[in-house]
Design a protein around this ligand. Structure first.
Ligand SMILES: [Zn+2]
Ligand SMILES: [Zn+2]
Length: 131
């Protein structure tokens, strides 16, 4: 971080995001934090997430529902079509894609986001148990 000081609730949100790999939605964060922070409102969570995303401290991802990631380095994701869970993928970022995209267009390409789709391991497991 750039030494900027944040309000306590904002720090709490950053810390929570840093300690999860679930890429939570605003509602998930609110549900996790509310029991210990009775004065917290969903509006406050949304406002803080917006500010943090604008500051580049977190990444907002436009999955079916907006999700947030404390890991702002570009990395691919996997989005489960069954349960909507979002996972990090252990694949290297491919700068070659940016180069090719720039080459084949007139745009200044600064990066790309990759999202894989399918059925996550957890859902696949559940489906197997049912059968
Ligand atoms: Zn799933
Ligand atoms: Zn991620």
């Amino acid at each position: 971080m750039n030494g900027k000081r944040y309000s306590r609730q904002r720090e709490l949100i950053i810390e929570t995001l840093r300690h999860t790999n679930e890429h939570p939605t605003a509602e998930m964060l609110y549900r996790w934090l509310k029991p210990e922070n009775p004065s917290l409102s969903l509006g406050t969570v949304y406002r803080n997430l917006n500010l943090l995303a604008e500051d580049g401290v977190i990444t907002r991802m436009p999955f079916p529902v907006e999700r947030y990631d404390a890991d702002t380095r570009p990395h691919p994701h996997f989005c489960c079509d069954e349960c909507g869970a979002v996972y990090d993928m252990d694949l290297p970022y491919d700068p070659e894609m940016d180069r090719k995209a720039a080459e084949t267009s007139e745009h200044d390409v600064t990066g790309h986001q990759v999202t894989f789709h399918g059925v996550c391991a957890k859902c696949r497991q559940t489906a197997r148990q049912v059968v």
